[in-house]
Design a protein around this ligand. Sequence first.
Ligand SMILES: [Fe+2]
Ligand SMILES: [Fe+2]
Length: 195
Amino acid sequence: MIKHPQLVLPMVVYPDVIGLLTIDHRKVQAIFAEIQAKRGHIRAHEKFELVRKACAELLIHFAVEEGIFYPATRDAIDNNGVMDEALDEHESAKSIIIMLGNIPPDEPMFDAKVRALAEQIEHHIQEEESVMFPKVLVSDIDLVVLGKELLGAKNDMRARFGMPIEEIADEQFPEEDVYLSLSHARHIASRMRHI
Ligand SMILES: [Fe+2]
Ligand SMILES: [Fe+2]
């Protein structure tokens, strides 16, 4: 029987590009989950604020993916189908976001569009995390360098829109011999394929 080395998963996500994008995904999923949980007993203006927050996070996320992450990924993974589908999904999500801006939040159509957006985003996140990200993890992309570039661009946009800046605390850069970053996990995984 082949004995596989045990991979100890990090308690803290190393802030490489995959970690940062995944944190964004969880943030938006949490907002949509909150909207769903409060359905039927939430005031229209509170619901509107939550939707506005989710849309702002999504638009910034799409912008840095399209401007920084997707071009690097398209070059590295050599799979135009995956990248084109992801861009199509961004476009249809953006068109729902534009529609939402024109519907009063107390109308049933507003809720229907929010549900459609949440479903579409959930599908998109699953595709990125189960198809695209694994390909990136075994590519030659320097995930940490790209992550720093992505975080800088995100914070420039957040500052312009008056949104709080995202900072990576020192403790999120753990000692490398204690924690395993996703980049290191990638190298270990690629080495294991040859064992
Ligand atoms: Fe994403
Ligand atoms: Fe995306």
